[in-house]
Design a protein around this ligand. Sequence first.
Ligand code: NAD
Length: 466
Amino acid sequence: MQQVFESQQATALAWRRSTVQERIERIKRLRDGMLEQRDALYEAFMQDFHKPRMEVDGTEIIPTLDEAKHTISHLRKWMKPTRVSPTQLTLGNTGSIQYQPRGRCLIIAPWNYPLYLMFGPLISALAAGNPVILKPSELAPRVSAVMARIIAKVFRPEEVALFEGALQTSQELLAKPFDHIFFTGSPAVGKIVMAAAARHLASVTLELGGKSPTIVDETADLTKAAQTIMWGKFLNSGQTCVAPDHLYVHESVKDRFVAECKAVLAERYGSTAEQQRSSQDFTHVINQRHTQRVSGLLADAVQRGARVLAGGEVDQAQCYIAPTLIDQVPAQASIMGEEIFGPVLPIMGFTSIDQVIAEINSQPKPLALYVWSRDEPTIDKVLTNTSSGGVCVNHCMVHVAHGNLPFGGVNNSGIGNAHGIFGFKAFSHERGVLRSTWLNTIKMFFPPYTEGRQKVVTFLSGWLAR
Ligand code: NAD
């Protein structure tokens, strides 16, 4: 590891001069290497997650291809220095922003979308001209093994290297003076990563998680809301950073909305517990520990008085938890205190949108927030009075796939952005470049500080204060 890390320094210096064609060629190599292993990836996802092929395509391979294509199409423009006008004090100089590679980068990924959350940032890092060390999660080992094969085939270790492993590997890597660390994972580990980065003053991008709320008001299109939210919540068995975590629905439409949701679940996964359990279209929980954690949250909520509206079955051995809806969940239930990250959706009735906003603002800022309404003043009120990494109006999760939107959290849900030009910038140092022209206004600040110069300076400060 140390040898690879050291070898990447020469690459980092050489790649400062890399052209747009060279960077695009590296991204294409990665893309083609991934496509060559497509069948192995389907197999690995089935073994690690019981994840249907359609979902591997829809949530892993296609988003990675999209990131690559978008980056390849726009990289020439992104790499061009941006010209900026002089400000009053710097008249006579020109200014531009140069996008320089940051240098040696470390990307640490989680297990829930192990391919996209590793190769997506890698595409941005390569676009920005950086060598990279990758550390996938130990919890999706078959997918990690295929990714390791792809990287070893496509890149030399001094360009991009992948180290599989758990805590110890992560800690060893975090001890090294990387120039930038891009971490995707939980807020708790995000703090550890940021503390490690602080030792070398490495810059960080932290893509974290949290409890993303969803609001459905009385004017919403309930059918569209039910169809889309049931997709967002139960895709990947709820193990999605931007999955609707819990839901507030207006009391006056709650019963109708719940009925629509139950109908959608029956149509997609089967109407009996047995049909749902054997559904080939439903991903399972990643491992025994997480199955126990999520079923523990469910059991705690039920024990405190929550009602199961749909689902509720758990098969610990198969890491299976049915798509589950619950209501009457008391605020003290553990499920209302931690990110669920599993296929259980608490549904709360509300009568006052102000109360919902107050509840959201009493929690750490979420990664995503979803509002379903046809009433513009309500939408405006929610957008103005809340904060979250991203937000969708009458949609959910799809903002992640929008390459021209910044994707990231805020405070507890993250620092910095990914995707498209925002990912390129995350892996670039924005260097300010000033060039002097014939007009040398700084001369008025040179000593000796004569009365004449003092007058000019006094005039200038008066003018700037106006
Ligand atoms: P995690 O924080 O447990 O692990 C993420 C990575 O950090 C893994 O590679 C793991 O090996 C490593 N790691 C774990 N403990 C560590 C430690 N003490 N020191 C150093 N490294 C350590 O997260 P996870 O369980 O893999 O993923 C789930 C979390 O990630 C959820 O909170 C989810 O919301 C979040 N997430 C966020 C995004 C996003 O884009 N914002 C995307 C996916 C997941």
